[in-house]
Design a protein around this ligand. Structure first.
Ligand code: DP6
Length: 361
């Protein structure tokens, strides 16, 4: 390792948005490698609103690998972090900063320690896919720091080993996580179906029903589901493969009616599978159900659906409006049912601030 002094620090900062699945991943066939029982499709959110910012730093003066999440130190000893660090380190290349006289050779990376600081600009572990943004950002930032040559798809297979849904956050737009067939997981990775410009009329509004951490983590919830739910087997084998094809078609054709129907149905089936788990898992609450009723009633009263809803492992509603005008109407409706400071909702996160003006607020 060239660089006479031990005082240098080399760092990289990256920002990664979260993603919301419209065809859900729920259930693993391999827990260690994080291999899913079905393909899934997601939409990556605008980085301005829900994202993780991660700085990774390396220095000969660091004594051990350390990580801080939202300013609080967390342990890196968990297998998932270790798997990502190992995979990235094994692909590290030479790095040179000529101006500062720093050169790190490929073989030095194993001896150097890292410091990692990560911030979420949204509630952590409240069913807003914070682990997806977090692990994707970590893997991406480390890959840049260590001059890893792999492309996004190959990096997605590493992020997958940190948290399944993280593999889909390496791309913007619409993304498919292909479950793969190989036992070693080499073909279980994300591919971009369409970029962020392909269907940019869509507006995402998130009704934060609760910013509290969920009681059942996705990891343990899906483990129980795999062990006990017969409905999951039917879903994974019979339902999802067809739905994936239909969703790809809907995205390709910007067919909002099909997109909304598939998104809502898949969210409802995911929560049905949670109920079919022993003991049952309840991620949605009364407010979530009320939001579903409002949207269903609205969609039925129009010629074609106006809004899609989807709920991850928590009560928060992710609402996808067909365009800005609909998003403004949606916010007005939500405010009618859940006025500001209502006990039922914590806050709204809106895809685009100017929508508030369109809504007359
Ligand atoms: C409901 O990716 O958080 O959001 O792989 O165990 O880390 P692990 O689970 P995670 O699960 C996400 C589940 C989901 C659906 C989805 O994002 O597809």
């Amino acid at each position: 390792m060239a660089g006479e002094s031990q005082n240098w620090v080399l760092m990289v900062t990256a920002q990664t948005p979260t993603n919301i699945a419209v065809i859900k991943y729920w259930g693993k066939r391999d827990e260690t490698l994080i291999l899913p029982v079905n393909d899934s499709i997601s939409v990556t959110l605008d980085p301005k609103h829900l994202c993780t910012t991660t700085t990774v730093a390396v220095s000969p003066s660091f004594q051990q690998d350390r990580m801080w999440l939202n300013g609080k130190e967390i342990s890196l000893s968990g297998g998932r972090y270790q798997n990502c660090l190992r995979e990235i380190r094994s692909r590290a290349c030479d790095v040179e900063d000529k101006k500062r006289g720093i050169k790190i050779l490929k073989e030095d990376w194993g001896k150097l320690h890292l410091h990692i600081a990560s911030y979420n600009n949204f509630p952590t572990a409240a069913g807003l896919a914070s682990s997806a943004a977090g692990l994707a950002c970590l893997v991406f930032a480390l890959a840049k720091l260590m001059n890893v040559k792999e492309d996004e798809s190959q990096l997605s297979a590493i992020a997958r080993q940190g948290s399944g849904s993280a593999c889909r956050s390496l791309y913007g737009g619409f993304v498919k996580w292909i479950m793969g067939k190989e036992e070693n997981g080499s073909d279980s990775l994300a591919v971009q179906l369409a970029d962020e410009k392909h269907w940019d009329d869509l507006v995402i509004v998130i009704a934060v029903v609760s910013a509290r951490q969920k009681e059942t983590s996705s990891t343990s919830g899906m483990r129980d589901t795999v062990e006990t739910s017969l409905l999951l087997q039917h879903r994974a084998k019979e339902i999802v493969p067809k739905r994936i094809l239909q969703m790809e078609e809907a995205i390709k054709n910007r067919d909002f009616a099909s997109f909304a129907r598939l998104t809502c149905t898949d969210s409802n089936q995911f929560h049905a599978v949670c109920l079919d788990t022993c003991p049952p898992i309840f991620y949605m609450n009364d407010t979530s159900h009320k939001i579903i009723s409002i949207v269903e009633k609205w969609n039925r009263s129009e010629e074609t659906p106006q809004v899609a809803y989807t709920f991850d492992a928590g009560p928060n509603a992710v609402l996808i409006a067909r365009n800005r005008q609909t998003a403004a109407l949606l916010i007005q409706r939500l405010l009618y049912y859940f006025p500001p400071n209502s006990d039922d909702l914590d806050s709204y996160i809106i895809g685009d601030k100017s929508i508030l003006q369109d809504a007359g607020l």
